[in-house]
Design a protein around this ligand. Structure first.
Ligand SMILES: *[C@@H]1O[C@H](CO)[C@@H](O)[C@H](O)[C@H]1NC(C)=O
Ligand SMILES: *[C@@H]1O[C@H](CO)[C@@H](O)[C@H](O)[C@H]1NC(C)=O
Ligand SMILES: *[C@@H]1O[C@H](CO)[C@@H](O)[C@H](O)[C@H]1NC(C)=O
Ligand SMILES: *[C@@H]1O[C@H](CO)[C@@H](O)[C@H](O)[C@H]1NC(C)=O
Ligand SMILES: *[C@@H]1O[C@H](CO)[C@@H](O)[C@H](O)[C@H]1NC(C)=O
Length: 400
């Protein structure tokens, strides 16, 4: 083991300690916590795949006192149907600070009724909030049993998206990541969905209706069923569903409990995982255009979502989102190529000599060095592929 390797090990140990201490500012501290990594390796459908960038958005430990985030914004009233009127009272500072705004946007668009979607829909910021784990109990008829899970025990908060059915409209929630030029990504969402039938929880990549890759959880489905789709799923001429476009997978572990939902969007293929298990794959209409990331919870009375009963609610709780990705242009969300103030953004190396892993690590969200490629690493001009010469000295630091 060379002195450099030892330095790297010390550096990554040091990182872990620093992060644990910085709980008050976790959004900042955890977002890009891998300065020693040049690129990231994952295994997708048994093949190694490499990405240049990593982000970890962690909403688990945002409370700085036991009573913070214990009262959730009240569900909206029937007359609060414009998407903006509630902001002054309820908007949480943490969701309007620099860190949040740099990376995420809370939507307030609405959608009028159509023949296919007979219930008006309105996104509102009041339906997006940080809550302590036991604060956010939806008005639900379903019994939502929370199974204790190791990774949430020490943590107190989560990000919540809520939807409520009113007599004349559906109050909904949507957030978008500001990095809109992802071109291939592996995205993991640690989440659970609870509440009444008639809502759709969406975790997806999106740029338009024909370049979109979805995980969709329908609260009227069995808790063991998830729909995995690449759009379009409906033929625009005939209105018929396109065979094979949407893959309903049954027999899964319940989405009412904490799960890691994962999309691997790769050139020419999509694979979906739940927890560590590959559950669907598709080569149909794999998105080709640079895209963003969206999470939403909605219903419009159409045939896909169905109707929620008036007064009913559903909730999506998210502990963290992790993304390894490539981009088609500048990286940095709203901050542009030079990154944001404070230099927290890391630009990709030209080539990659320190390869990190994000799976099977000691602490989720903290990448670990998998191997280093010594001087023998070659970068091909051409389509920008890295070639790792197998014979290169690969120094595994795992066994330490
Ligand atoms: C968000 O913060 C800005 C100032 O930083 C303020 O002008 C704006 O009113 C805030 N928005 C909400 C919805 O609280
Ligand atoms: C993506 O968008 C382009 C043009 O906007 C379209 O031609 C293509 O069919 C879409 N879908 C895929 C999978 O490329
Ligand atoms: C939802 O309810 C509306 C009436 O409010 C009805 O027109 C529509 O067909 C219902 N949707 C479904 C999917 O049953
Ligand atoms: C809760 O939902 C039920 C329908 O599922 C509704 O009848 C009831 O009025 C709701 N309660 C509140 C407080 O909104
Ligand atoms: C990401 O970019 C790197 C560098 O160009 C390339 O080697 C890698 O194959 C890309 N990965 C994907 C999934 O496109």
């Amino acid at each position: 083991m060379s002195p450099l390797d030892i330095l790297l090990v010390l550096f990554s140990l040091n990182l872990r300690t620093t992060r644990a201490a910085a709980s008050a500012d976790l959004i900042t501290a955890s977002k890009d916590n891998s300065p020693s990594c040049g690129c990231y390796e994952i295994s997708s459908d048994s093949s190694p795949v490499y990405f240049t960038y990593h982000r970890f958005y962690d909403w688990r430990n945002l409370a700085s006192s036991p009573d913070q985030f214990t009262s959730i914004p009240p569900s909206l009233e029937e007359d609060e149907d414009l998407g903006a009127e509630e902001l002054a009272d309820t908007y949480q500072d943490v969701l309007n600070g620099t860190e949040w705004n740099q990376d995420w946007g809370i939507m307030s668009w609405g959608k009028e009724t159509t023949v296919e979607a007979p219930v008006r829909m309105q996104n509102s910021a009041a339906n997006v909030y940080i809550a302590q784990r036991n604060a956010a109990i939806p008005n639900t008829s379903a019994s939502d049993v929370e199974t204790p899970s190791e990774d949430i025990e020490p943590y107190t908060t989560h990000l919540a998206l809520r939807t409520t059915r009113h007599p004349t409209f559906q109050s909904t929630a949507e957030i978008e990541n500001q990095q809109k030029n992802l071109l291939h990504a592996s995205v993991r969402f640690r989440a659970r969905i609870t509440g009444d039938p008639g809502a759709v929880a969406g975790l997806f990549t999106f740029v338009d209706d024909t370049n979109e890759s979805d995980i969709e959880i329908l609260t009227s489905d069995a808790a063991s069923t998830i729909r995995y789709s690449n759009q379009p799923t409906v033929d625009s001429e005939s209105g018929e569903e396109i065979p094979g476009s949407s893959l309903p997978v049954t027999g899964l572990g319940s989405w009412r409990e904490w799960r890691t939902h994962r999309i691997d969007w790769l050139p020419g293929r999509s694979t979906w995982y739940m927890d560590e298990e590959l559950v669907a794959r598709s080569e149909y209409s794999v998105p080709r255009k640079p895209s963003g990331l969206v999470m939403n919870l909605w219903s419009d009375g159409g045939s896909w979502s169905g109707n929620m009963s008036v007064g009913a609610e559903a909730l999506m709780q998210v502990l963290w989102v992790q993304v390894v990705f490539n981009v088609s242009g500048p990286v940095g969300g709203m901050c542009g190529e030079e990154g944001c103030e404070g230099g927290k953004r890391k630009r990709g190396e030209d080539g990659c000599t320190v390869v990190c892993r994000v799976d099977g690590v000691q602490e989720v969200g903290v990448p670990e060095v998998a191997f280093r490629v010594s001087a023998a690493s070659i970068r091909l001009s051409g389509p920008g592929s890295w070639i790792f010469v197998v014979a290169a000295v690969m120094v595994s630091i795992l066994g330490l």
